[in-house]
Ligand binder design. Structure first.
Ligand SMILES: O=C(O)CCC(=O)C(=O)O
Length: 276
């Protein structure tokens, strides 16, 4: 029996590679989490700034709360089954009227996880609409394998390598518009990207990237995973711990270790390595 999605939602994910929106939490709860997050940004700027956007759920309680939200986990369970772990998270923040953008890409290209039985949940903590540079997706593009990506390392490209797939027919793109507290789900091979934020407010998105079925393995680096639902992970996987408090030293050192490994995986074969 489905826990959160309908059969039609599941069919949409299967056929088009995404599903949106999911009402994960009230706007009031999203606002409370945004305020906690913004206070944490003030208190620990390096840990959450542009170079601190990876795996912050391992060191901040508000992000740990999001990563373990029951509506999110139930939605993921409807797609992956009852056993899955969280591989990582990325903060996708675009400041008001800023140049940052995301080129067309497929997440699975550099993650090293096989097979592709995993899903990204992108939760909006602020309005994410066309003006604010919401995520855009090419429906059905997950069905055609991994395309060639070229690294651009463009200054304003907020992807690690500024990787991009050329020659996308943008007429096919759909805007994923979300209110605070809503989320979308996308498949690891779905082609997606986003434009700059032309609005007067921040666009704050938390990508739980990704929730991964327990049989999936890391083919490149060390396999770190945070068990989140039902999974008995074997000894080939290093189990991560949830944080105890914001920036607790034990949690910080765990996150540093995970981020070093994460960077080696995501930048393998690249000419340059950025600080995120
Ligand atoms: O936040 C964005 O604009 C892009 C997000 C993205 O590429 C992702 O979640 O995989």
């Amino acid at each position: 029996m489905m826990k959160q999605l309908t059969e039609a939602d599941k069919a949409c994910y299967r056929d088009y590679g995404y599903h949106t929106p999911i009402d994960v939490m009230s706007q009031a709860t999203a606002f409370r989490l945004l305020k906690e997050f913004e206070q944490a940004e003030v208190d620990f700027p390096e840990a959450l700034g542009p170079f601190g956007r990876n795996n912050a759920h391992l060191t901040f309680m508000c992000l740990d709360e999001i990563a373990h939200n029951e509506v999110i986990l139930d939605s993921v369970e409807d797609l992956l089954g009852p056993d899955f772990y969280l591989w990582g998270s990325v903060l996708f923040i675009k400041e008001p009227e800023s140049d940052g953008f995301v080129t067309w890409h497929q997440d699975a290209t550099y993650m090293g996880l096989m097979p592709h039985d995993f899903v990204t949940v992108w939760l909006a903590l602020t309005v994410s609409n066309e003006e604010a540079g919401c995520m855009r997706v090419i429906p059905g593009s997950h069905l055609n394998g991994i395309k060639d990506h070229e690294d651009t390392f463009d200054e304003h490209n907020i992807l690690t390598r500024g990787q991009r797939i050329a020659d996308i027919d943008e007429h096919q793109a759909i805007d994923v518009v979300l209110r605070p507290g809503q989320a979308s789900l996308h498949h690891p091979r779905l082609i997606h990207g986003s434009r700059p934020n032309c609005s007067g407010h921040r666009r704050v998105g938390v990508a739980l990237q990704s929730y991964v079925a327990s049989h999936v393995r890391q083919t490149v680096g060390t396999h770190y995973a945070l068990p989140v639902r039902g999974c008995e992970l074997d000894d080939s996987i290093v189990h991560l711990q949830r944080p105890n408090s914001d920036m607790n030293p034990i949690d910080v050192s765990q996150r540093e270790k995970v981020n070093r490994n994460y960077s080696q995986i995501l930048y393998r074969g690249a000419d340059q390595i950025r600080g995120y």
